[in-house]
Design a protein around this ligand. Structure first.
Ligand SMILES: [Zn+2]
Length: 212
């Protein structure tokens, strides 16, 4: 005698697991800054050490207690989180909506590709620092843990499309794939993109098609 309900529940579970396999969890990144030693000295004082407040999904990366203000020709963005650890070069990541507030045309760039990017004034209390470059809107990207690359059929540096199953599902094009043994697998979008797809915590996406 076959228990149809049991068979059905097993089938459903298998289908769910297979679907989950290929899904990628999405995280929305708000505006933030990465600072180098020179910038930390200028903003917080010589030799200051950033205070770790919260671990992020990517191993070794964390949000700090420290907050700064970004100042542009049209306006300022307050309470902007500093991410650690310190980097070789300072980098400020904002959304296109933030760019409008600042009054600066901000290019979409891969993290670390800062040639030709605009600068920005950063303030902390009475301390001020002018960066000559480093203001970007981060290109949407997927961090892929090396052992997950085969499962998602991707290679480092590839550009793909991702269907996001938010409350307003949509397909993002021009998504950069970054593969590293040091990553955990997550897709990163900014708040403009998060709002566009009805993102809530736990929203997942799937690579649906390679771009040309
Ligand atoms: Zn990222």
């Amino acid at each position: 005698m076959v228990d149809n309900q049991l068979v059905e529940s097993i089938v459903n579970e298998v289908v769910k697991r297979v679907q989950d396999e290929a899904l990628i969890e999405i995280e929305a990144s708000g505006k933030h800054v990465h600072l180098n030693r020179e910038a930390i000295d200028a903003l917080f004082g010589e030799g200051y050490q950033l205070t770790k407040a919260k671990e992020l999904s990517q191993p070794g990366q964390y949000a700090c207690k420290e907050r700064v203000t970004l100042i542009g020709p049209k306006g300022a963005l307050h309470n902007v989180v500093v991410l650690g650890p310190e980097r070789k070069e300072s980098q400020v990541e904002v959304s296109q909506t933030d760019a409008v507030v600042l009054g600066i045309a901000v290019p979409v760039r891969e993290s670390g590709k800062l040639e030709g990017t605009p600068g920005i004034v950063i303030a902390s209390g009475s301390h001020m620092l002018r960066l000559d470059r480093g203001l970007i809107a981060a290109q949407r990207h997927i961090h892929v843990k090396a052992e997950d690359a085969a499962k998602h059929k991707v290679e480092n540096g590839e550009i793909v499309q991702v269907k996001v199953f938010g409350k307003r599902p949509l397909i993002f094009d021009d998504v950069l794939v970054r593969v590293s043994p040091n990553f955990e697998t997550y897709m990163h979008i900014d708040y403009d993109e998060a709002n566009a797809c009805g993102f809530t915590k736990g929203t997942k996406g799937k690579i649906v098609k390679k771009s040309n």
